[in-house]
Design a protein around this ligand. Structure first.
Ligand code: NAP
Length: 433
């Protein structure tokens, strides 16, 4: 008898969980990494910004994990549509949900349903060529764009809007996005933070990058900072990030045509416009016990595009306990959801941390499996899944199929770019199957 594990989600959390299971059980485990797309790597492919290719290099490690004996990619198979969690639990000794957090947290302000208001999952998915978002209508015919949130996703979105075509064309940004950005009229990008520079969750490198763009320069109001002596109380990473922001506050305006305006102490209260977004109304805030409190003072930021970069939610899966409050599956500290059912990555801890944070996460889930006595019990495993999918005429793609897709993408790349992503699942399957 061989132990069998199904990992749902071929993103970083799924691969690190598979790596941990391989280290734990070696040749005595069969692992199926199941994904609804024929392409693996989740947020590395569809979330990490296209101009951050060095971060994407980690896929070489995941490739090694997938090519290890006993481990398969089962692409084009969607949990809840093609197979249920209960069926997977009947087929495998353990099931891990590493499905991430693909849905935008709603802003919940009047006017947030106007055309021109989008979430970062959609915008990032659009420029990264995710099949779900490749058809998004992104209107860049206005001068202003407002980006809500003070995290790295907000910085990614601002940087992509601010970069020149030359800066982006050597990346794997999707062709449709590059063409739209080439025609962009956006000149004033606003990054809206409801708290101040000390509370921003940008990391140092990401904040610093905004000081080195070809046609854009950052603008920060000096009055938004607390006295410099208070920086000493910050942890070293945060202090360096704040030092970058202080540097931006001292920059001369220069003659770059695009500005990236940090609007600290501003809370979004409404989006207004006739039939589409034309302005974001923000309220000035002050800090009380570390929280943003409105002062009643309102400002209008002219913008035709509002991108909410305020966090994500995991998708509900039929038959799995889900918390609307948490926006994910409730788990214990080790990622247990129910007997033999676990979660890792953002599906377990929410949308936080770097890619590398998922590694200890995957290892701790496998440690919980060991503690729970997960062992080979004679379940049908991968062969059972294949038989079930055959009865439903579901055609799964495999890692060799992904390698064919990858070869086609590399062959179609613009000059200097690593690949041109396929954005249509039907086309991907024509190549993969
Ligand atoms: P994040 O770092 O949690 O930032 C979310 C931001 O949204 C916070 O500034 C938060 O403000 C704000 N926010 C939440 N609800 C809001 C509301 N209703 N109104 C106004 N503002 C609101 O999340 P993220 O930027 O989505 O990034 C997710 C994770 O991925 C992070 O760990 C991030 O570092 C990581 N990431 C890393 C990279 C990289 O390393 N290059 C790139 C992208 C993402 P408060 O703080 O006031 O709640």
């Amino acid at each position: 008898m061989t132990l069998s594990i199904a990992i749902v989600g071929a993103g970083p959390a799924g691969y690190y969980t598979a790596e941990a299971a391989q280290k734990q059980w070696g040749n005595d485990v069969r692992i199926d990494i199941i994904d609804r797309l024929p392409t693996p790597y989740g947020l590395i492919r569809a979330g990490v910004a296209p101009d951050h290719q060095s971060i994407k290099a980690v896929t070489k490690r995941y490739e090694g994990t997938n090519l290890a004996p006993g481990t398969r990619l089962v692409g084009n198979v969607m949990l809840g549509r093609d197979v249920s969690v209960q069926e997977l639990l009947g087929l495998y000794d353990a099931v891990v949900l590493s499905v991430g957090a693909p849905h935008d947290k709603p802003i919940g302000i009047p006017g947030d349903d106007l055309p021109g208001v989008i979430g970062s999952a959609a915008f990032v998915g659009w420029y990264n060529g995710h099949p779900d978002h490749a058809g998004l209508n992104v209107d860049l015919s206005h001068h202003g764009a407002a980006i809500i949130g003070n995290g790295n996703v907000a910085i990614d979105c601002a940087r992509v809007l601010a970069k020149t075509v030359d800066e982006l064309s050597t990346t794997d940004i999707a062709d449709h996005a590059l063409k739209t950005l080439a025609e962009s009229s956006v000149r004033d990008v606003h990054i809206i933070g409801r708290r101040g520079p000390h509370q921003a969750s940008f990391t140092t490198k990401e904040a610093g990058e905004l000081g080195h763009l070809v046609r854009a320069h950052p603008v920060v109001r000096p009055g938004d900072f607390p006295p410099e002596a208070e920086d000493a109380a910050l942890d070293p990473g945060q202090r360096k990030m704040v030092t970058h922001l202080r540097g931006f506050a001292g920059l001369p305006r220069g003659d770059k045509p695009v500005t990236i305006n940090f609007e600290f102490f501003r809370r979004p209260v409404a989006v207004e416009g006739h039939g589409k977004a034309e302005r974001l109304i923000v309220e000035t805030t002050r800090l009380e016990n570390g929280q943003a409190v409105g002062t009643g003072e309102l400002h209008a930021i002219p913008c035709g595009l509002v991108i909410a970069c305020i966090g994500y939610r995991t998708a509900e899966i039929p038959g799995v306990n889900w918390s609307d409050k948490l926006g994910r599956f409730p788990t214990d500290d080790a990622g247990r959801i129910a007997p033999a059912l676990y979660a890792s990555g953002w599906a377990r801890r929410g949308p936080s941390g770097t890619i590398g944070t998922n590694r200890p996460d995957g290892f701790s889930v496998v440690a919980a499996m060991v503690e729970d006595g997960i062992a080979a019990s004679g379940k049908a495993g991968p062969a059972g899944l294949d038989a079930l999918l055959a009865t439903r005429a579901v055609k799964a793609s495999d890692f060799a199929g992904w390698q064919k897709i990858e070869a086609a993408e590399v062959a179609a790349a613009r000059t200097g770019a690593p690949r041109e992503k396929l954005v249509d699942v039907t086309k991907m399957l024509q190549i993969a199957l």
